[in-house]
Design a protein around this ligand. Structure first.
Ligand code: K7E
Ligand code: CUA
Ligand code: CA
Length: 649
């Protein structure tokens, strides 16, 4: 393909839709490939679906006229993105809300042959590799997804998710909605709770996310040496702070007890974690032995001052500064870095209200939620309270197995009840009044059955000061009889509940492949995803006049471009025993016009989006002719979009 052909194609597709593109690019693309085919049939084929689609489009208004609340009519767009963890699938998913439509699966810790994640050199560089070039890990367990904030609401810049299995924090960039960085968290296991801060605790000018806090659930010997495995005192958990931009680990805090779920305050001053194993137990009975556990608060300003002052130690050969957050080291509230607020035994989940005033820490084994007042925790740190427990302003009985709480921005809380298989709606002010002695205060306002055993529940924009009180999504752990049976592994039930009125109303079920935990429901205007890549983002982008094959010993580089419906070059010759790297730049400029690149019998598969560049490296060890082809349907001549790799003996 020559440069002038390229220009011609680019000009012909600029500002055109996909349908027009199918007609015009065929001409330019084929001309560029030096082929000549009668095009009339092609154009007709491309036009045919338009005619066929007309009756359906005409029918749409009828469907939408009668559409129920929470239903999104054909052709209509959702109001929200639900950005969800994928559990031990290792991925992150995006659903539309209220429809429940699956919009995207973002590979993060899991290899994904569709996109090439875990196979391309670019993704391997993010995932980290072993000396043989294979990814360090191919598993992950994502539980929580949270977004970056500016002025107390989502700014759409980043999303983060945790890997409980291999102790990594991954970042997803908000423009492409793809993972762009992964950081290993040292000295911890069971990295579970995670939350970005919302502003700086000190500098008022920094009214956006700059830190991400990571809790660790499992105690490990510090440093992790097997000779200490019988000594419970050698074990500890740490809380970790990661820089939101660089993704470098800033500092850690060594703690008493474990750190499970996380929340952060709107003023940037505190991070909170629930701790169900204040006993530092290594076996179940020990983890359950104490009547009370804790909701733990971190004074970020003091921790960072201690780090700055060098009041730190290091664990093993880790370079991360660690401060002492144990009870013994933090006896005086006025200098304490940590406040351990006692709550009923083995809590699960801590969430902050959209007005920033209260934390709700769910009881799990206790049928209660503990409400802790933010400014009272600050008062405790000032030495103004006698006990940590004085920060508790309510502890209503709400039902069996409370796990996670969402908020509507109107003073109500919605908590998942795992054992009752219900969502309970309760009022925070009423709970506080009841706790103060007003026995007439009506705390529990409503209950609704969900199907079944909910884990996380979350509300539309509920983790921001823009909580709008429209929807609550119940992420249920068991679907049982809810869907057609498909064998032993059941899909999970996600249930969307209308919370805009006094009574909760179940709108619909949708499925989620195992196993989502937490998600956030983000108003659609908070995200501005790009639909075409920027070619100059890649330092190895292949220009049309640079295509071809270069050899350096046994290493062969194939520089390739794609433009529907052709690759260029359409053939390349290598030798048995070579290590081949294909660098592919997609020169198409039209939205949604991805090409795939797969080579027969070589375990090579990836896609490249418009203006994107990816590279993939593989060994050739069998002589023969191997077709490479476009795996992603792109064009009327998609099937013909292929070429040959010749491996000489
Ligand atoms: Cu409750 Cu890992 Cu957030 Cu699951 S955790 S539900
Ligand atoms: Cu290119 Cu299909
Ligand atoms: Ca416990």
């Amino acid at each position: 393909m020559t440069k002038s052909d390229q220009t011609e194609v680019d000009a012909s597709v600029a500002d055109t839709g996909r349908r027009k593109f199918l007609n015009t690019a065929t001409v330019a693309g084929l001309a560029g490939a030096g082929l000549s085919i009668g095009l009339a049939g092609c154009n007709k084929a491309a036009e045919a679906p338009a005619t066929a689609a007309k009756p359906a489009a005409a029918a749409a208004p009828v469907a939408s006229a009668g559409h129920a609340k929470g239903e999104v009519a054909p052709g209509q767009l959702d109001d929200y993105y639900t950005i969800s963890s994928g559990g031990h699938s290792g991925e992150v998913r995006i659903y539309g809300a209220p429809s429940g439509r699956t919009l995207k699966r973002i590979p993060v810790f899991n290899p994904d042959p569709l996109s090439g994640w875990g196979m391309t050199n670019e993704s391997k560089a993010i995932l980290g590799t072993r000396p043989d070039g294979s990814p360090k890990y191919t598993t992950g367990d994502t539980h929580h997804v949270h977004g970056s904030y500016a002025d107390g609401t989502y700014d759409g810049k980043y999303f983060w998710t945790n890997d409980k299995l291999n102790n990594r924090l991954a970042r997803i960039r908000g423009d492409y909605l793809e993972c762009d960085k992964i950081t290993d968290i040292p000295n911890v296991q069971g990295f579970h709770g995670m939350f970005p801060d919302k502003r700086d605790p000190v500098d008022a000018a920094i009214n956006h996310t700059t830190r991400v806090f990571c809790g660790s659930e499992f105690h490990v010997p510090q440093p992790n040496k097997p000779n200490d495995w019988k000594n419970p005192k050698a074990y500890a958990t740490l809380m970790t702070c990661v820089d939101a931009e660089t993704m470098a680990v800033r500092w850690q805090v060594r703690l008493d007890g474990n750190m499970d779920l996380c929340a952060t305050s709107y003023d940037g001053k505190l991070a909170a974690c629930n701790s169900y194993n204040t006993e530092n137990g290594l076996v179940l009975n020990d983890m359950m032995s104490s009547e009370r556990d804790a909701c733990v608060f971190f004074n970020i300003e003091r921790i960072e001052a201690a780090v700055k002052a060098g009041k730190v130690f290091y664990i093993g050969d880790s370079k991360v500064p660690v401060v002492d957050g144990t009870k013994a080291g933090n006896a005086d509230p006025k200098t304490a870095l940590i406040c351990y607020v006692p709550v009923p035994k083995n809590p699960h989940g801590v969430n902050i209200t959209p007005d920033g005033k209260y934390y709700a820490c769910s009881g799990k084994l206790s049928p209660t939620a503990t409400v802790i007042q933010h400014d009272l925790v600050l008062k405790w740190f000032n030495g103004e309270l006698k006990t940590e427990r004085e920060t508790v302003v309510a502890e209503p009985e709400i039902g069996l197995g409370p796990l996670h709480t969402g908020f509507d921005g109107r003073g109500n809380a919605y908590t998942t009840l795992f054992l009752d298989s219900q969502i309970v709606k309760w009022n925070i002010d009423a709970a506080i009044a009841h706790f103060k002695g007003d026995k007439n205060a009506k705390v529990v306002l409503d209950r609704i059955d969900v199907h079944y055993q909910p884990g996380h529940g979350y509300t539309s924009m509920g983790e921001t000061k823009e909580a709008d009180g429209k929807y609550f999504n119940s992420g249920n752990k068991f679907s049982k009889d809810r869907f057609l049976p498909v064998g032993p592994v059941h899909v999970e039930t996600e249930q969307l509940i209308d919370i805009s009125g006094d009574k909760m109303v179940l709108l619909h079920d949708h499925t989620a492949y195992p196993e989502p935990h937490d998600a956030i429901i983000v108003r659609r205007d908070r995200l501005k995803p790009k639909q075409v890549y920027t070619m100059s983002d890649s330092p190895i982008a292949v220009q049309s006049d640079k295509v071809g094959v270069t050899r350096n010993g046994k290493k062969v580089t194939v520089r390739m471009v794609s433009i529907a419906p052709v690759f260029s070059p359409i053939e390349f010759v290598v030798k048995k025993g070579d290590e081949v790297t294909v660098i592919l730049t997609n020169h198409d400029t039209v939205e949604d016009l991805h090409h795939g690149f797969g080579i027969e019998n070589h375990n090579v598969c990836m896609i490249v989006g418009p203006q994107e560049t990816k590279s993939i490296t593989f060994n050739v060890d069998r002589p023969g002719v191997f077709w490479f082809y476009c795996t992603h349907f792109c064009h009327a001549l998609h099937l013909e979009m292929r070429g040959r790799m010749i491996v000489e003996a």
